[in-house]
Write a protein that binds this ligand. Structure first.
Ligand code: GAL
Length: 307
């Protein structure tokens, strides 16, 4: 793959892997992305599968526009679809559910018995009453699920989910940017994602600059409850994360090594459909995360080796 170049599916159409969530089930990568056919308005959650994160097969809409459901109606905004599988085997999709003016600020849930869906939409809410815009999810080794959610009144929250993943139980930690980082003062990073490597938790996020890119940051902690380190750069400062916004960091465990793949968005605000994926290898080691620029690269899904 080549960062900045669009992926196409088996039909030659631009893969709608925007704001993507990625999981690997039975050796197959599944990706759920925002279908930007209608620009910023909800165009469905597109689902794709891949053997190697480079070749994508469109499996249809996991969640489609539905005029009969107010949250899924034409003209609404739904972003950052993220899926986890519960211990009972249910695929649970969490979503940033919005109104066109971004005032709704809720998390939505949908479920299916297959990764590709179709998913049944359940409901949306403000978790524990808090504003929730960009989201991410994380599942720990013991099966505990977490929702990562940007609440600009309080910061970036890590919420523990109930065992069935269908509700929020409590906030385990909340983080803020350094106060000097923004004229508006302390706030939480957005577009969050988390991985665990060698017993350490790595939390990634972007500053709040809308479709414009910025120097994304990461923090580390011994537990999702923290205490979190200071936020640091993982790409060269000033590069605006190689002109991209983190969507998800995917661990790829193989027979030789566990590699990490950064999947980011380079948004084209006037043509969101053609926003380019910027996907790169990320080196995560000894408490440090570093994005490595490559013009082209591949990952061997069996060994985990990147070349
Ligand atoms: C960004 C966010 C995107 C989208 C955009 C709209 O801050 O990460 O997912 O909501 O704002 O302006």
């Amino acid at each position: 793959m080549a960062p900045g170049l669009l992926f196409t599916d088996q039909h030659g159409d631009v893969a709608q892997l925007h704001g993507v969530g990625i999981r690997r089930y039975d050796g197959v990568f599944y990706a759920w992305g925002e279908d930007k056919t209608h620009g910023g308005a909800f165009g469905g959650v597109a689902c794709y599968s891949s053997p190697d994160l480079a070749t994508w097969t469109f499996l249809g809409h996991a969640l489609a526009v539905d005029g009969a459901v107010p949250d899924l109606a034409p003209g609404r905004v739904i972003e950052r679809p993220k899926v986890l599988r519960s211990a009972a085997g249910t695929y649970v999709m969490l979503l940033h559910v919005e109104s066109a003016d971004y005032g709704y600020a809720r998390v939505g849930w949908a479920i299916s018995d297959r990764p590709e869906g179709p998913y049944t939409y359940l409901h949306s809410e403000r978790p524990l009453g808090n504003i929730s815009r960009d989201i991410g999810v994380f599942m720990d080794d013991d099966g505990t699920g977490y929702l990562l959610s940007e609440d600009r009144e309080h910061g970036l929250h890590v919420y523990r989910l109930a065992p069935d993943l269908l509700s929020v139980e409590e906030i385990v930690s909340t983080t803020l940017t350094p106060p000097s980082d923004h004229p508006a003062g302390p706030h939480g990073y957005e577009s969050p994602t988390m991985v665990k490597h060698d017993g350490l938790y790595y939390l990634f996020g972007s500053d709040l600059t809308g479709w414009s890119t910025n120097d994304n940051k990461y923090a580390t902690a011994p537990s999702p409850a923290g205490p979190w380190s200071e936020w640091r750069d993982f790409a060269p400062p000033g590069s605006a994360t190689y002109d991209s916004q983190v969507s998800v960091v995917v661990p790829v465990a193989g027979s030789e090594t566990t590699s990490h793949v950064y999947a980011g968005d380079r948004w084209s605000r006037d043509d969101l459909y053609h926003s380019a994926p910027v996907w790169l290898p990320m080196r995560i080691q000894d408490g440090r995360a570093e994005l490595e620029w490559r013009d082209t690269w591949t990952i061997d899904p069996a060994t985990g080796v990147i070349s």
